[in-house]
Ligand binder design. Structure first.
Ligand code: P53
Length: 503
């Protein structure tokens, strides 16, 4: 076998989020989170108006209705995949594949039910102790996101989530509580999941609740507010970094952005200029979190557009001091750009692209598949920061069919992952410092964007449908055996040669 491009001790594994796996939304003293109110995506029928609001989002009115009449709505993130009760069995499956890392998140409202309670909820803290212990028993390092799309509802309703500095203070205390409690058990932390997606979905990413203004999507536009929220999250993130370093010098803490590499549609310089412009609204997040200050281009864009960030004394020092130890990204796809002027950014992550790249296939959910883009983007990131990189997410959402033996022949998933891992290996050979790879949703989980259960990413099939029917039992897909082999060979053996396998 050829030599592996992956360094020894490379962290192979998978990634999850509390709001998409745990369920038990009202058990163990947990308080409500914004994600408990996401409803199942439904394609509009002919003639029905299109809903412009993301399905993981709600207006103040919708939230009110869903609270008052939960029986009228299907809110799948309340169920997750029942990880709260089944974590031993489910982690056991990942251990069997040889996982070295398990990316998960802590549900803030399990630790502080209202987000800002005077004392933490011991039952919640103990749950994660048990999960981390189980990870270590199985030889997996937990890599933990503090806030993955689930702001405590109380903070969202009373303070507009991260629109308020109150939430920044509450987050700092929550982070500190976690660092103290899990010191020695958790070596790798992330602050906010896909912090840049606030621009497209501030409800999900920051707990902002807006009243319906009749526009279809009251969260659209509102740049001043969104950049202020981002600023507050930068400060919250930097404060957490500083606390983490003080409390546990042995731990490493990183950021997480949704990286969508942009290409110019043609060699027309104007198209390339559009790429430069749009890229800024992605880069400035990691620029601030890695370099500790607002970059020139975003300052000038703020100035041009009359955006004024309200800072508290000391904010700039905090940003400077609280830079991350490593960077992490989700990588799913690339976009192409055609010149449309440098006024209205269409931030990456909006998942709205009207331009198709004719060289790329699309997933069943319309996400362009671009393994080479993965290598390109990793080189760009490393060139910009020279910091170690962790791949926090990458994967293919697909409908899976089980055969009579309960097996899933998910060759499409194997093909997607093999092509991405191959390019990841090449990026490492290029000299990019990547220390781990977590594929998204190693156990099928509830989709973030659509709350569907049928949009599956897993190596492990979870017997549940969009409506909560099913046994929730786990079984092995073909990709389970393939990934096990990938890990055992440290990324060398990517061949899809699994012939017979039990579920
Ligand atoms: P689902 C936008 C673009 C790319 C990934 O997504 C994104 C988003 C924001 O929705 O989210 C990440 O489940 C997110 C995960 C999520 C995963 O991508 O909609 O961090 O929570 O599950 C996949 O197919």
């Amino acid at each position: 076998m050829s030599e592996s491009p992956f360094p020894e001790g490379f962290l192979w594994g998978g990634a999850t989020a509390a709001n998409q796996i745990e369920g038990a939304y009202n058990e163990g003293g947990r308080g409500f989170a914004t994600s408990d109110f996401s409803v199942l995506f439904k394609k509009p029928k002919e003639g029905e108006p299109e809903n412009h609001l993301p399905h993981n989002c709600a207006t103040a009115q919708q939230l009110g209705e869903r609270r008052a009449h939960p029986e009228r709505f299907n809110m799948p993130k309340r169920r997750g995949i029942d990880f709260y009760h089944r974590y031993k069995e489910q982690l056991g499956m990942l251990g069997e594949m040889g996982f070295k890392v398990f990316r998960m998140s802590i549900s803030w409202s399990r630790i502080f039910p209202n987000g800002d309670d005077p004392v933490p909820n011991e039952e919640g803290l103990a749950f994660y102790d048990a999960v981390f212990d189980e990870c270590h028993r199985l030889g997996m390092e937990p890599l933990v996101t503090l806030c993955h799309f689930d702001t405590p509802l109380h903070l969202a309703e009373e303070y507009g989530g991260f629109a308020s500095r109150h939430t920044v203070d509450a987050f700092e205390r929550y982070a500190e509580t976690c660092f103290r409690r899990y010191k020695g058990k958790v070596k790798y932390w992330l602050t906010f999941n896909e912090i840049n997606n606030v621009l497209t979905n501030p409800y999900t990413c920051s707990g902002l609740i807006l009243p319906d203004d009749g526009s279809g999507n009251p969260y659209a536009g509102k740049w001043q507010l969104k950049y202020q929220i981002s600023h507050n999250q930068f400060v919250a993130s930097a404060k957490a970094v500083i606390k983490c370093h003080e409390i546990d010098p042995g731990a490493k803490i990183g950021n997480m952005t949704c990286r969508l590499e942009n290409y110019a549609e043609t060699s027309r310089p104007e198209d390339q200029l559009q790429v430069l412009f749009e890229d800024h609204f992605n880069w400035f997040y990691s620029d601030i979190q890695a370099k500790g200050e607002y970059p020139y281009y975003i300052r000038s864009w703020f100035k041009k557009n009359g955006i004024e960030i309200e800072m508290e004394p000391g904010d700039e020092e905090i940003l400077k001091k609280g830079t991350v130890d490593f960077l992490s990204i989700s990588y799913y796809m690339t976009y192409i750009m055609r010149y449309k002027g440098l006024e209205n950014p269409m931030p990456s992550g909006s998942l709205v692209t009207h331009l198709k790249n004719r060289y790329l296939e699309m997933s069943a959910w319309g996400w362009p598949i671009d393994p080479i883009g993965f290598r390109i983007t990793l080189n760009h990131i490393y060139d910009r920061y020279h910091l170690p990189i962790f791949i926090a997410e990458n994967g293919l959402g697909q409908r899976d069919e089980r055969d009579s033996k309960g097996r899933v022949a998910d060759d499409y998933r194997i093909d997607y992952l093999a092509r991405h891992i191959e390019q990841l290996g090449k990026a490492i050979e290029d000299g990019v410092d990547v220390f781990g790879y977590a594929s998204w949703g190693p156990l099928d989980e509830v989709s973030s964007g659509t709350s569907e259960m049928v949009k599956r990413y897993g190596f492990v099939y979870v017997d549940a449908d969009d409506y909560g029917n099913g046994t929730y039992d786990c079984s092995r897909k073909k990709s389970f055996y393939w990934y096990k082999k990938v890990i055992a060979s440290n990324g060398v053996d990517l061949a899809n040669d699994i012939v017979d396998y039990p579920a």
